[in-house]
Design a binder for this molecule. Structure first.
Ligand SMILES: Nc1ncnc2c1ncn2[C@@H]1O[C@H](COP(=O)(O)OP(=O)(O)O)[C@@H](O)[C@H]1O
Ligand SMILES: [Mg+2]
Length: 296
């Protein structure tokens, strides 16, 4: 596999089975993420975003399909290799950060905690550097319980980075903070990506934030349905003064899967107002045209 590919998901399928129902959370998901990308994943609640992220994080296994992350064929790792993968290759930030914070320890000790599992020089220096990265140097001796929710979330980011993961995963990291804190947190991610080349995958509901990212993929019913790519003129987001909340900064593309299936955008389909499940597909001057069949 080429060095530049960080994530390659091939036809991932996940079926959750409970007593009487089966949920198909992923329905043949394909995605390639290059090393150094900051990628946002959007999608309605229940579309399979967390299922996908947990799989990349080594926390869950698929029902079928293949997933390679940083050269690791994820579902072929044995227990020991998987533990090492979770410790060294990926860092995880959740919406609810209580999962990886220890309230009675100081901010600094919380960041040093995961480092104790790894052979690493200069742990304290590295932890202080990370505190600086998330803008909380002045809080280093505060217990976690004394920090605000937004500050705790920033510590959670520093913890996720403590072992210098190749890949940083964040599942709705700004989901439970206010606008200002969300912007600040998103800024940390952008800075990490731009200055350190950190590869980051971030699931977000926040439309404003997703508009600032070079590439956004939308998951619908457990598959990638479309991608939005930042237009050239917005590429240098460090220097311009765009109103990200209103401007149309990205170009939208539909995704064709390996067998030629496309998910058509709901709004276009609504406009067609079909009265059956059949459409006519023809080629006209180099364009594929999808139209309502003429009345029989
Ligand atoms: N552990 C589980 N057991 C059964 N169903 C699950 C489980 N986890 C998720 N699901 C179902 O899988 C689908 C996708 O869930 P999820 O990946 O959490 O979506 P998202 O993060 O996009 O909201 C949903 O229908 C959800 O109810
Ligand atoms: Mg989720």
């Amino acid at each position: 596999m080429a060095e530049e590919v960080m994530i390659k998901a091939d036809n991932l399928v996940k079926i959750y089975k409970t007593e009487d129902i089966e949920v198909m959370a992923l329905q043949g998901l394909d995605l390639t993420v290059e090393t150094g990308e900051l990628l946002a994943i959007i999608g309605n609640s229940g579309s399979g975003k967390s299922t996908f992220l947990n799989m990349i994080g080594g926390l869950d296994k698929p029902t079928a399909g293949r997933l390679t992350v940083a050269g690791n064929d994820l579902f072929k790792l044995n227990e020991k290799e998987l533990v090492a993968y979770k410790r060294d290759t990926v860092g995880f930030v959740w919406q609810n950060n209580a999962r990886n914070l220890l309230p009675y320890l100081t901010a600094l000790d919380n960041i040093m905690m995961p480092m104790s599992l790894q052979k690493q020089e200069n742990k304290k220096e590295k932890a202080l550097e990370l505190l600086d990265t998330v803008g909380l140097m002045h809080r280093k001796d505060s217990r976690l319980s004394q920090l605000s929710g937004g500050e705790q979330q920033r510590i959670a980011i520093a913890i996720a980075l403590a072992n210098s993961p190749k890949l940083l995963l964040a599942d709705e990291p700004t989901g439970s903070v206010d606008r200002k804190t969300a912007d600040y947190i998103f800024d940390i991610f952008k800075r990490l990506n731009r200055e350190k080349g950190q590869t980051i995958l971030i699931v977000t509901h926040d439309v404003t934030l997703s508009k600032m990212v070079r590439r956004v993929v939308a998951i619908r019913d457990g598959k990638i349905s479309s991608e939005r790519i930042l237009k050239e003129q917005y590429a240098d987001i460090a220097t311009n003064t765009v109103d990200w909340s209103t401007e149309d900064t990205q170009e939208e593309y539909a995704i064709i899967d390996r067998v030629g299936r496309v998910q058509l955008p709901h709004d276009l389909l609504d406009e067609l107002s079909l009265d059956s499940n059949k459409v006519r597909v023809t080629m006209e001057n180099g364009r594929i045209v999808i139209e309502k069949p003429a009345d029989a």
